[in-house]
Design a binder for this molecule. Structure first.
Ligand SMILES: *Cc1c(COP(=O)(O)O)cnc(C)c1O
Length: 496
């Protein structure tokens, strides 16, 4: 299987090259030329395997220039002791017909671990094939969770360095502490004055700057990306949607062939795009429901076909979704337009020039058939956390609550009672203040982050994962904050 670029269809690379380079040189994103198919018999067979077994089969369909041994080693190395659940991504029944897919059992307590525990293994194999002897420099722009998950995945990995940029005022205190206290000899972390979109644009600019690439080349280094623009981030996420369907079969929540809905709290459109791939592979899915917070650019887009990022940016209590430029949408548009690279170039050109674009009727009709969308502001998010805790004895984080709330609205409007999987993307203790404010308004006043952790435990009886609780009292290693224009300099300072 070869990969092509969303902005230049004449480009053809192997999966190793796609993963090692992260982004195509003209700025497009790599996608597989075709989507591998699985049958219901395959799915029934996969449902008898554990997560690792399922992952190996699915990945081997996409990473065709990896040997079976290489895939074995990568997958076994990724999904082991770092996860607090043997099932890796377990289902929790919220109520009959509604399953929560818990994607945050990994070392950093957010769903990013599902991909970023695997990516360093994939990248090590990929670069040994397609760029031997090069030191890989991973640049990351993060809205909070990717940064920590990438640092944890890449720390002390041979022949790699990793540098993370995060928006100074755009992450939760726990997220910040997780990153700034990161251990490892090949890691760096820097705040920027700006929001996530500024960080992401800055990183993309450095990536595609030819003079920067030349300077790196002289040092025997090359850039790669751990953001979801890298195919190596997307492909591990397809696995858990197939696996969720298998688990629903296993627990008798559905019969083979039944359709499910999938609800995903969305920012950069990576997670929900993985669900789309799973659907196109053959997993029976009815609607993909895209849930946004107050930064509802995707809700508007999926309802009108007009993408417009020229709007106010809100800093919300679900910061990992505070995004106005959803990068992975580009991949979907490429697929839905019948791989029309010229159209994608045109749309992405007008997005960067005017901040907006409109898709044609044909693509809009496909979008409407596949997706539903909704949004939920901070008040609605907190109300949903409180309600879900009270009525279902389930404590959601703020991002998951956005999805639960949007799904409630969807059900009320459509009456659709198809069995549904809601992606749960973080542990509630990553966002203690907002969650505590939801379950016990007023209690957080005057409390520091770890008082709130304690308060939340007393209020709800939920345990705080040790990797978060143990951050108490740790001194940050990385305290720098730079301007947008200084990002390139920060990169070269680190590489000295
Ligand atoms: C990254 C993240 C999201 C958004 O996922 P995308 O793939 O960017 O759409 C949602 N919730 C949490 C907790 C996240 O860390």
């Amino acid at each position: 299987m070869l990969y092509t670029s969303t902005r230049d269809k004449s480009i053809k690379v192997s999966s190793s090259e796609a993963i090692a380079h992260g982004i195509s040189k003209e700025g497009g994103l790599f996608v597989p030329e075709s989507i591998p198919q699985i049958t219901m018999d395959d799915i029934v067979r996969l449902s008898k395997l554990d997560y690792i077994g399922r992952a190996k089969e699915i990945l081997s369909l996409y990473l065709t220039d990896f040997t079976a041994e290489e895939i074995d080693t990568c997958v076994n190395g990724a999904y082991g002791e770092g996860f607090s659940s043997e099932k890796i991504s377990p289902l929790h029944t919220l109520e009959k017909g509604t399953e929560i897919l818990e994607l945050w059992k990994g070392p950093t307590c957010a769903f990013k671990d599902m991909a970023l525990q695997l990516l360093p293994h994939l990248l090590t194999v990929a670069s040994s094939k397609s760029a031997p002897d090069k030191e890989i420099v991973i640049l990351v722009a993060t809205s909070g969770d990717t940064g920590k998950a990438a640092l944890e995945g890449f720390k002390d990995v041979k022949n790699t360095r990793i540098l993370v940029f995060y928006p100074n005022d755009g992450v939760s205190p726990m997220q910040k502490l997780q990153m700034t206290t990161q251990e490892g000899s090949n890691v760096g972390v820097c705040a920027i004055e700006g929001n996530f979109d500024d960080a992401q644009s800055g990183v993309k600019k450095i990536f595609t700057d030819k003079s920067v690439a030349a300077k790196l080349e002289e040092k025997g280094m090359m850039f790669s990306s751990a953001n979801s623009i890298n195919w190596g981030r997307l492909v591990p996420q397809i696995v858990y949607y197939v696996s969720a369907y298998c688990d629903m079969l296993e627990k008798g929540a559905i019969n083979a062939g039944d359709e499910i809905n999938v609800v995903v709290p969305t920012g950069n459109f990576g997670n929900i795009l993985a669900a789309y791939y799973a659907k196109e592979m053959g997993v029976p899915m009815k609607k993909l429901i895209c849930a946004s917070n107050a930064n509802n650019v995707l809700t508007d887009f999926l309802k009108t076909g007009n993408y417009n990022r020229v709007r106010d940016f809100y800093t919300t209590i679900s910061p990992s979704m505070d995004i106005l430029i959803s990068s992975n949408l580009e991949r979907l548009l490429f697929l839905l337009s019948g791989m029309d690279d010229a159209l994608v170039r045109e749309w992405m050109g007008s997005l960067s020039k005017d901040g907006k674009y409109s898709v044609n009727e044909e693509v809009f009709a496909k979008l409407t058939a596949l997706f539903d969308a909704g949004c939920c502001d901070d008040e609605g998010t907190k109300a949903c956390i409180a309600k879900t805790f009270k009525e279902n004895s389930y404590l959601c984080d703020t991002h998951t609550a956005v999805a639960v709330s949007v799904y409630d609205d969807y059900k009320a409007v459509t009456g659709d009672d198809t069995p549904t999987v809601i992606a749960s993307t973080a542990n509630p203790y990553k966002f203690s203040k907002a969650v505590l404010d939801a379950v016990h308004p007023g209690m957080s006043e005057g409390m520091d982050e770890f008082d709130m952790v304690l308060g939340l435990k007393v209020e709800t009886g939920e345990e705080c994962p040790p990797q978060l609780a143990n951050l108490k009292g740790k001194t940050p290693r990385f305290t720098g904050c730079c301007k947008k224009e200084e990002m390139e300099q920060v990169v070269f300072d680190m590489l000295k």
